[in-house]
Design a protein around this ligand. Structure first.
Ligand code: NDP
Length: 390
């Protein structure tokens, strides 16, 4: 039996992971599940899967969780330290699918205890790539990409010599506004930004797809995962979202990964790696799809891509600043405080202001420094937005 834990079990990735695990219950010993506010789902899954431990991120919800788990034999816990304890419990495979920088410390704890870490949480590599990689190296744990783009690159590289990589091309759907006139973007509403043309995902990542902040995070992750230089990483808009990424080799060959837009493929590949297993995903009919199209991303429409390149050039803790400022700007857009295009302008301003603070971006990459930088960037983003909105 493989011991598995799922951090962020109640979310979109977590539920897709549970869907796969629940199809073969005899193969898995579920160690820990974590969630946030959705206590009913967390408790129901913990009971159904016979987990040892269920953790909610919120201390005040512990009584509710205890009550929901009464008589089940599942231990209940709450709070930031308990999330880390869930990651640290001995397991063979841990899914890191908490949203935001809150996922960093529990994922690190899983790597420290030597579990293979299926990494959906984008913020871990963006904020603390070198720390994550060094922790995995020290414990011998394996990082298994779950984002469809990085899973695609990972799969295209099986059996290949990394030295033969010439470039990595990450595809982007272009999000909700790919065909909108540029002038209309400034007035784009929350409802319009929250509808993705191809993927069914949470609201935050859907808005990040429309602004391409999601792709910006993925560019930074690509560098960390595969050790390629920023100038080797390209993005292309591919509205059909069938090709998730391509790897170009020194002989001119391009290896593309083609699949339906269903996260259970990438999750399943990480779950069964290095094997392939039958997965309950739709099989593509290429004749029916008929054509796949590509176009260069418009830099004016997607300023987040330019900011990601600046972050990659800057190195250090600028990824933590970028991510935190993006999260605060996104909070403000969802709350109706700023407009759609304001998000990139706020992030750029925060990057500039914090870069000017001596020693901040170049401080050592420790968990404490990353979390402190995250905190400062959120405060700075709030200041910038207050100045803008009055
Ligand atoms: P969701 O918002 O659907 O789920 C997030 C999970 O994290 C939930 O279990 C939620 O609990 C929990 N959570 C929320 N806030 C906190 C907190 N402060 N501390 C601890 N746990 C918390 O996100 P997704 O599943 O969509 O995404 C998870 C991660 O994977 C993100 O980093 C995302 O960018 C990445 N990703 C997602 C993809 C997708 O298709 N959805 C694709 C590729 C990457 P609760 O709901 O109970 O409050």
């Amino acid at each position: 039996m493989r011991r598995v834990s799922i951090l962020g079990a109640t979310g979109s990735i977590g539920q897709n992971t549970i869907d796969l695990i629940a199809r073969a219950p005899d193969e898995y010993d579920v160690v820990a599940l974590t969630g946030g506010r959705n206590i009913a789902q967390l408790a129901a899954d913990a009971r159904r899967l016979g987990a040892d431990l269920a953790v909610t991120a919120h201390d005040h919800l512990l009584p509710d969780l205890r009550e929901a788990l009464a008589g089940s034999g599942v231990a209940a816990a709450a709070g930031a330290a308990a999330l880390i304890e869930a990651g640290a419990r001995p397991a063979d495979w841990v899914m890191s699918a908490i949203v935001g920088s809150a996922g960093l410390a529990p994922g690190l704890a899983a790597l420290q205890q030597g579990a293979h870490l299926a990494l959906a949480n984008k913020e871990s590599l963006v904020c603390a790539g070198p720390l994550i990689l060094e922790t995995a190296r020290a414990s011998g744990a394996r990082l298994l990409p779950v984002d469809s783009e990085h899973s695609a690159v990972f799969q295209a590289l099986v059996g290949e010599d990394p030295a033969a990589i010439e470039r990595v091309i990450i595809t982007a759907s272009g999000g909700a506004f790919r065909d909108w006139p540029l002038a209309a973007l400034r007035k784009a509403t929350l409802a319009e930004a929250s509808s993705h043309p191809n993927w069914d995902m949470g609201q935050r990542i859907t808005i990040d797809s429309a602004s391409m902040f999601n792709k910006a995070l993925e560019l930074i992750e690509t560098r960390e995962y595969f050790g390629v230089r920023p100038d080797q990483i390209e993005t292309v808009v591919h509205p059909e979202s069938m090709i998730h990424a391509l790897v170009g080799f020194v002989d001119g060959a391009l290896m593309a990964h083609v699949g339906p837009p269903d996260m259970r493929h990438a999750i399943g590949y990480a779950l069964h790696w290095p094997d392939r297993r039958n997965l309950p995903v739709h099989r593509l009919d290429l004749a029916q799809i008929a054509q796949l199209t590509f176009r260069a991303p418009d830099p004016e429409r997607y300023p987040a891509l330019r900011l990601a390149r600046a972050v990659m050039d800057r190195h250090g803790l600028s990824g933590a600043v970028f991510n935190a400022a993006k999260e605060r700007a996104l909070d403000a857009f969802i709350a109706g405080r700023i407009g759609f295009l304001d998000m990139a302008e706020v992030v750029e301003e925060v990057l500039e202001r914090l870069d000017a603070r001596p020693g901040l971006i170049d401080a050592a990459m420790t968990l404490d420094n990353v979390m402190q930088t995250d905190h400062l960037a959120r405060i700075c983003a709030d200041e910038v937005m207050t100045e803008r909105t009055g």
